[in-house]
Write a protein that binds this ligand. Structure first.
Ligand SMILES: Nc1nc2c(c(=O)[nH]1)N[C@H]1C(S)=C(S)[C@@H](COP(=O)(O)OP(=O)(O)OC[C@H]3O[C@@H](n4cnc5c(=O)[nH]c(N)nc54)[C@H](O)[C@@H]3O)O[C@H]1N2
Ligand SMILES: Nc1nc2c(c(=O)[nH]1)N[C@H]1C(S)=C(S)[C@@H](COP(=O)(O)OP(=O)(O)OC[C@H]3O[C@@H](n4cnc5c(=O)[nH]c(N)nc54)[C@H](O)[C@@H]3O)O[C@H]1N2
Ligand SMILES: [Mo]
Length: 766
């Protein structure tokens, strides 16, 4: 019998044997390449490994599942179009290790749940559909047909379609995502939460309101023309390594770079170009011209100081700072925004930033002196209570400069998952637009639901309250990616059925509903054959380029189905009155793309254009300086709130971040090389002065307790490491720390968990 109730949903609190090293002075270079090849060859073998790397991000190869950073439109070098972490991502997928029915018969679910995420991941690719019966201790093999029948029966026995939740992670292709949302809406609900809810939702909310499009406005080429790039709350050396080449181009063309981050992230500070082996030896290139080591969540305060300094200068010398022509013609709300700046004094804002005024003045000068400005950001801005404020304040800064909708300027939210942006474009959203629903209704002759669905946090709360009873995950690792781990575990255990469409074993298969299914699917790197022959899929990168991706490896098991085929199987078994011929659509993905073209703007001649070299750009109104889609018809200035976190004596703010050796919840290895930590994930980075105040020494073992609205959550056993980080700020890794993130601690408007703004106290472990 399963002892699920006693199984912890968090990774085990085991230490793995830490080793501290010097922090490297530059990113990429030979070490990165050696590390990449090592991961690929160990996991896949040499021949398979070379085949893989050769096809990665090449025009007719497969899209790297690592991140959403775009490929150059023209030139593609063999080495440069993958990076160390992209190579690790594909090695993880193309591994020789298999999780077969035999594996499941020899390991109980409870036994597997005791393993670390690293060990779970290393067990390998899932080869067959598996079922866990109520009360059973082991998964058993099930046929695809039986699995689909079971899903259909469970879904149809619900009191309402809104009792089912359909999650999507961001690797799902356009074709699979489109079919999935169609199935879900024909079933009758908009409960389509996705990983974006935990990721760039705040960017989407802030940008749609101010600029009329939830996506960024720049293209890769803009980096060649920017005078100034500001990188805020992002660690590209680890998470988007190919972005460093773009920043390096900015520098080559005389542009400057400001970095705003509580940590001196190695990649951003100095970089060795993998494209240029001559430069691997030697010092590397200093990328950052000005590093502002801001306090966690000090960004709105920082931006407000910059804007106040600009305003002062403008008052001294009218028309010298603000772009009044642009403001006049294209924007709304400028006066109210400018007036609001007077509600703050620099003296009260400054302590929130942890910075000195002269360095902020330097940044302001760079901003005033340059007109083509790009601002890039990622999770350091989007995962705070005032995250939407962060994004809107970034937009304010660009708008006063007129730095949007022209070459070398604009917004650059750097997306995470390789197709997270495409999934949204395909309709994976709990709040679909009316025009889209109408287009679906017309094309497929059904009544689409209008009620907004649950996002990730609301979905967890609904399952916890037993208002939702079936959970289906299209990829991802819900239990480990979501906040408040033990609460979320209770929510999932309340379900009558949990289903995961997955490539690899993960913790979400082990913390399950009364009944659970694992449906194994093809990965990006694998060939996809359907009735009409070999298929490719398409994806959209962070800059709105839609292009094809086709795998070249033979599938790791003959029993795998593609994601579109799995959706079609579930839909056919569930929907009795659908007018959609699901198996026909899946027989040739061109048929799915025809339907996308018929219902989503920007996909004209989809099948033809997706076959063009490099794909095609989707329309982008902000890029075209057309702000009509906003509620005022213009680009909107907004009034935003600095952080309202007031730390009590002994409290710290904690950000939960990624190591260099993980992909979200997938742990490739136990090192965080760029931060000088090897072989350990349970670490807490702290300012050495703060350590002194608490009487802590390097490598002391501590427990972390988070405090939120009178509730407490604890994560035990972290090793303290003195680090260059502002006072009262601390950092540790996710998913180990997710247990500390309270389910209700989310961003205003976007409802994104505030995983970078957790209030904690620290105590020696007893
Ligand atoms: N190798 C690899 N690549 C990945 C991923 C991965 O896990 N591994 N994940 C993918 C996904 S889904 C995403 S969303 C992206 C994530 O990419 P990132 O957002 O770069 O990832 P995080 O590790 O969360 O890093 C957040 C950064 O923000 C800083 N930061 C934290 N709080 C603040 C703050 O309040 N203000 C400022 N200014 N900075 C702050 C942190 O110090 C850190 O440098 O990467 C994608 N690419
Ligand atoms: N505390 C804290 N929590 C966070 C974050 C944070 O910074 N701090 N970041 C958040 C962010 S930005 C994100 S995007 C989410 C990520 O949340 P998710 O997207 O849910 O998590 P991943 O770890 O990316 O999912 C990995 C799993 O996806 C499956 N998989 C991999 N490739 C494929 C595929 O091609 N098809 C299918 N069907 N499955 C596949 C594998 O089984 C693997 O175990 O986590 C969020 N959670
Ligand atoms: Mo993400």
């Amino acid at each position: 019998m399963s002892t699920q109730k006693n199984t912890k949903a968090q990774p085990p609190e085991k230490l793995t044997g830490i080793e501290l090293t010097d922090i490297p002075k530059s990113a990429v270079g030979t070490k990165a390449i050696a590390s990449a090849l090592n991961h690929v060859f160990t996991e896949t073998g040499v021949a398979r490994g070379i085949g893989l790397l050769k096809n990665l991000n090449q025009t007719y190869g497969f899209d790297c599942p690592g991140c959403a950073w775009p490929d150059p439109d023209e030139k593609r070098a063999f080495l440069a179009e993958y990076c160390e972490n992209g190579a690790k991502a594909i090695a993880e997928e193309a591994t020789k290790n298999k999780v077969s029915p035999m594996f499941f018969s020899t390991h109980s679910v409870d036994e597997l749940a005791e393993l670390s995420d690293y060990e779970i991941g290393k067990s390998g690719r899932i080869t067959h559909p598996m079922l866990l019966q109520p009360g059973a201790s082991h998964y058993e093999e099930i046929s695809w047909d039986e699995a689909f029948q079971l899903i259909g029966e469970e879904l149809n026995s619900l009191n309402s379609p809104d009792e089912a939740i359909f999650y999507t992670s961001g690797r799902t292709s356009n074709e699979a995502a489109y079919l999935y949302q169609l199935f879900v809406r024909q079933f009758g609900t908009n409960n389509l939460p996705d990983c974006s809810n935990m990721c760039h939702e705040s960017s989407g909310s802030g940008l749609a309101e101010t600029l009329g499009i939830g996506k960024g406005s720049v293209t890769l080429d803009d980096f060649n023309h920017a005078d100034l790039v500001i990188v805020m709350g992002q660690n590209p050396g680890t998470n988007h390594p190919r972005m460093l080449s773009a920043l390096s181009e900015t520098k080559k063309n005389g542009g400057k770079i400001i970095t705003v981050n509580p940590l001196p992230e190695v990649g951003l500070l100095n970089y060795k170009d993998p494209q240029n082996p001559l430069k691997w030896i030697g010092k590397g290139q200093d990328l950052t011209d000005l590093f502002l080591q801001v306090k966690i969540n000090g960004d709105v305060a920082l931006l407000k100081i910059i804007l106040k300094l600009m305003k002062e200068k403008e008052e001294e010398q009218p028309n010298s700072v603000f772009n009044h022509e642009f403001i006049q013609e294209y924007t709304d709300g400028f006066e109210a925004f400018i007036a609001d700046l007077d509600n703050y004094t620099i003296d009260e804002l400054l302590p929130q930033t942890g910075l000195k005024l002269p360095e902020i003045k330097k940044a302001t000068q760079l901003i005033m002196n340059n007109d083509n400005i790009i601002i890039c950001w990622a999770m350091g801005l989007t995962q705070h209570k005032n995250a939407v404020d962060n994004i809107r304040e970034v937009v304010n800064l660009l708008l006063v400069k007129g730095s949007i909708g022209k070459k070398g300027a604009g917004t650059c939210p750097v997306r995470g998952h390789s197709n997270v942006q495409g999934d949204r474009t395909m309709g994976i959203w709990e709040k679909p637009k009316e025009v889209f629903l109408q287009a679906l209704e017309k094309e497929f002759e059904f009544n689409a639901p209008r009620k907004h669905g649950y996002d990730v946090v609301h979905a967890i709360q609904a399952m916890h309250a037993e208002k939702a009873k079936v959970f289906i995950g299209m990829g991802g690792n819900f239990i480990s990616a979501t906040p408040d781990t033990e609460y979320t575990a209770e929510a999932l255990r309340n379900c009558s059925l949990t289903v995961h469409v997955s490539t690899k074993l993960n913790r979400s298969h082990l913390i399950h509903g009364k009944r659970a299914l694992i449906l194994p699917c093809l990965g990006r790197s694998e060939q996809d054959h359907q009735a009409s022959g070999p298929q490719f899929v398409s994806v959209e990168n962070s800059m709105g380029v839609v292009h094809q991706s086709s795998g070249h490896l033979s599938p790791c098991s003959p029993a795998l189905l593609s994601e579109p085929a799995i959706v079609a199987g579930m839909a056919a078994a569930t929907l009795k009155n659908s007018k959609v011929n699901w198996s026909h659509l899946v027989s040739n993905y061109d048929f799915i793309r025809e339907k996308i073209e018929a219902t989503i703007a920007g996909f004209d001649n989809y099948n033809e254009r997706v076959r063009q070299k490099g794909g095609f750009y989707l329309p982008n109104n902000a890029r075209a300086k057309d702000f009509k889609p906003t509620h005022t018809g213009k680009a909107n200035f907004t009034i935003n709130q600095p952080s309202d976190i007031a730390l009590q004596e002994g409290e710290f703010i904690l950000m939960t971040i990624r190591t260099h050796d993980q992909y979200n919840t997938t742990i490739y290895g136990l090192n965080d090389r760029y931060r000088g930590v090897l072989n350990e994930r349970r670490v807490l980075f702290m300012n050495s002065e703060d350590m002194k105040d608490l009487g802590l020494s390097k490598m002391d073992l501590v427990d972390l307790t988070s405090h939120f609205e009178g509730t407490k959550r604890t994560a035990a056993k972290f090793l303290v490491i003195p680090y260059s980080i502002p006072r009262q700020c601390t950092a540790t890794y996710f998913p180990e720390a997710n247990v500390l993130v309270p389910i209700r601690s989310t961003a205003r408007i976007s409802n994104t968990p505030a995983s970078k703004g957790v209030v904690i106290t620290i105590a020696k472990h007893k």
